[in-house]
Design a protein around this ligand. Structure first.
Ligand code: WTA
Length: 684
């Protein structure tokens, strides 16, 4: 492949074959570097050193930009933490004893100090191109106060959990901020999850209220969110948990396509309340609840390797500061820029980069309800052109799904407003990186490949657009406050060039504080394997220039289109099918999704393998988890390779799924004939 690059952009040489892409480095374009907050690697290094050697000074300066109703009492440590489980309980506090409110900071305080009341906070763009509207900071504050008052009138108070199961509409942001305003803890559940997944989260969070919408469009399809919520509430009841209120945003009647639909209200049950009715008579003013810097802000569930999702808990001041600073620095956000993040708000990316990070900076965001390819693959170009987007943040899977289309129709759109292009959620292959850089960015926009997790609250390893020379596929260097190390199997630090388990040595403001209701699980998952370090669960390499390259999960997790799933969770769903006796799920590579699920399934004795069982197994997974977990391939097997002690040898299954035949050492395999039967082309 011959690459057409500007000489200035490419310090690795021209006309590189694909295999050499990883060795190339792209300098930040001057038009970005000359105006950026951080303009060189020297600047970055100086700031980085301060952030890790004197975190109190570094974060103390950031804290000054925020409003605290009460400062920390004398004598309280700014930071207090223990990462060493052998020395006592794992903990991390920051600014404990100080009082603030995130909603007040991002709205009232920002409107006052930046004078941005009349600026647009959110441009909402519907799935159909003619559905769109915008809301200013002043209007957002009024909406948030009215809904916060409505929640209070229903009895919701500080510390109560409110589950949010909504499409990508402004009310999702309003609900999150309304909760924050009254000190309630929100837990947003991705709108693609099933009733069972939603019920599991409602029960685990002991939620009193669920806020949902009648439905949403995904392309041409309507997702019946209210129906799914009703089912989930019923499942909760059966398991002894009472949800007290189900608040429904009537979103569909606002859409142009609604005319074509059945037009019947879905607000009929005894728990149902119309969002619009309950805010109708509320006051526009709601005095914020001043909460402790370490009071919970939200819970966000993420897959756990044992199968049960973990309720990742984030607290107030540290998360607010980390979200604000990462957004500002990673995207080099300047007043007047328009930011578009395509991630669903149900993921951490949406929380930090669609809600808290941008609003803390007084930014304007585009909230797009639809899918990137609807009604055609040129949609991203039309959205960029329409709103003059400056920064776009998406996932490698979206980039790969766009790459297969020819470029010419896209060139008709003026996308010259773009400055910085971001990606997150999974490793980006160099070819996709380069397509993003050349086709979307026209080689003029730095790519920021940001590595982070639900647990970390914000990007941890990331380029800064004005400073870092980037290499396609590398997340480059640590963000301020992050001290990464690579460890070998025995926990020894890998110095210099090498590969190992990625861990973080020091606490940073945005890190999770616990697994909701299960601190022991928090300690076991992240701090037991390597005492003294936060364990990410990812592997990474460091090259001879010190660049970090994330190699992917090292536990039983996989990443489908940027969504983290645990193989145990999928296996548990498959095993619920009455005909299935054993199941093992392994990741396989997928050209668009990054990874996909390959499931080995053993049926009960005497049962015939047939296509309808495969369909039923797929349905089971969709019902239990959601469509994102649908297996790519179900391999009906007579038996699974096991060790003599009965442990499934997943290493071998991964190789079979990948079509490999060299299985390495199989001396611990109990029955070799199982292997032979598995590699015969499967009869399906
Ligand atoms: C993976 C998403 C490579 C990683 C923000 C991590 C990445 C998991 C990257 C967290 C990246 C995220 N390069 N891998 N830039 N970003 N990951 O919690 O395996 O949904 O542990 O947070 O995604 O997924 P989560």
């Amino acid at each position: 492949m011959a690459l057409k690059l500007n000489k200035e952009d490419n310090i690795g040489g021209q006309d590189n074959p694909v295999s050499r892409l990883r060795e190339m480095a792209f300098k930040p374009p001057k038009r970005i570097a000359n105006y950026a907050y951080v303009q060189s690697m020297d600047d970055y290094e100086a700031m980085y050193e301060l952030s890790v050697n004197d975190p109190e000074k570094f974060w103390g300066q950031i804290a000054e930009e925020f409003y605290f109703e009460r400062d920390q009492p004398e004598g309280e440590p700014f930071f207090h933490y223990n990462f060493d489980i052998t020395q006592g309980p794992i903990c991390f506090n920051m600014l404990k004893g100080a009082k603030t409110n995130v909603c007040y900071n991002v709205l009232d305080w920002n409107i006052q100090r930046r004078g941005i009341g009349k600026n647009i906070a959110i441009h909402w763009e519907g799935s159909e191109t003619d559905d769109h509207w915008s809301i200013t900071y002043d209007e957002l504050l009024v909406e948030v106060c009215r809904f916060a008052n409505a929640l209070k009138s229903l009895g919701v108070k500080k510390g109560d959990r409110v589950v949010v199961y909504m499409p990508m509409i402004a009310e999702i942001t309003i609900t999150m901020l309304a909760c924050a305003r009254i000190g309630a803890v929100h837990s947003v559940v991705f709108g693609g999850y099933s009733a069972e997944s939603l019920a599991g989260r409602l029960i685990d969070a002991k939620a009193v209220v669920v806020v949902t919408a009648d439905g949403a469009f995904r392309g041409d399809k309507v997702i019946p969110l209210k129906e799914i919520t009703d089912k989930a509430i019923q499942l909760c009841l059966e398991q002894g948990h009472n949800v007290e209120h189900s608040i429904v945003v009537e979103h569909l009647p606002r859409l142009k396509k609604y005319e074509l639909m059945g037009k019947k209200s879905c607000i009929q049950g005894p728990l149902d309340k119309s969002y619009h009715d309950i805010i109708a008579n509320q006051s526009d003013i709601c005095v914020p609840e001043w909460v402790d810097a370490e009071d919970p802000l939200f819970i966000l569930y993420t897959s756990g390797s044992t199968g049960k999702p973990k309720g990742v808990l984030h607290t107030t001041a540290g998360y607010m500061m980390y979200a604000a600073l990462t957004f500002k620095m990673v995207f080099d956000y300047k007043p007047g820029d328009v930011f578009w993040c395509t991630a669903d708000i149900g993921w951490i990316t949406g929380h930090t980069m669609m809600v808290y990070g941008p609003l803390a900076n007084g930014a304007t965001v585009v909230l797009y309800e639809g899918t990137p390819l609807y009604p055609s693959y040129t949609r991203p170009w039309t959205v960029i052109e329409k709103y003059k987007i400056s920064q776009i943040f998406t996932a490698p899977t979206v980039i790969r799904s766009l790459m297969k289309f020819r470029n010419s129709p896209m060139l008709r759109h003026d996308i010259s407003s773009l400055k910085v292009l971001g990606t997150a959620g999974e490793p980006i292959n160099p070819e996709a990186w380069l397509w993003y850089f050349q086709t979307l960015g026209g080689t003029k926009c730095p790519i920021v490949d940001t590595y982070w997790q639900t647990e970390t609250g914000g990007p941890c390893i990331t380029p800064l657009p004005g400073a870092t020379p980037t290499k396609p596929g590398s997340a480059t260097f640590p963000f301020f406050g992050i001290v990464p190390e690579l460890l070998d199997e025995d926990g020894h630090v890998v110095e210099g060039e090498g590969e190992g388990y990625l861990v973080f040595k020091q606490a940073w403001p945005g890190m999770m504080r616990t697994v909701y209701g299960d601190h022991a699980r928090f300690e076991e998952t992240y701090f037991r394997r390597f005492p003294g370090y936060y364990y990410t669960g990812d592997g990474a390499k460091r090259d001879s220039d010190g660049y970090i390259w994330i190699t992917g999960r090292v536990d039983d997790m996989l990443n489908v289109s940027g969504h983290l799933l645990s193989t145990a969770q999928v296996e548990a769903a498959i095993l619920e099918h009455k005909c299935v006796s054993e199941a093992a799920a392994v990741p396989i590579e997928h050209p668009v999704k990054g990874e996909a699920l390959y499931c080995f399934v053993v049926l009960n004795e005497g049962l015939e393998m047939n296509k309808s069982i495969i369909g039923e197994i797929n349905d089971k997974v969709r019902d239990k988890i959601g469509p994102i977990a649908t297996p790519e391939k179900i391999h009906l097997a007579q038996g699974l390779p096991k060790t003599r002690s009965g442990k499934i040898m997943r290493r071998i299954l991964r190789k079979i799924a990948a079509g490999e035949t060299d299985f390495g050492d199989i001396s611990t395999l109990a029955d070799e004939s199982v292997l032979a039967a598995l590699i015969k082309p499967a009869k399906q």
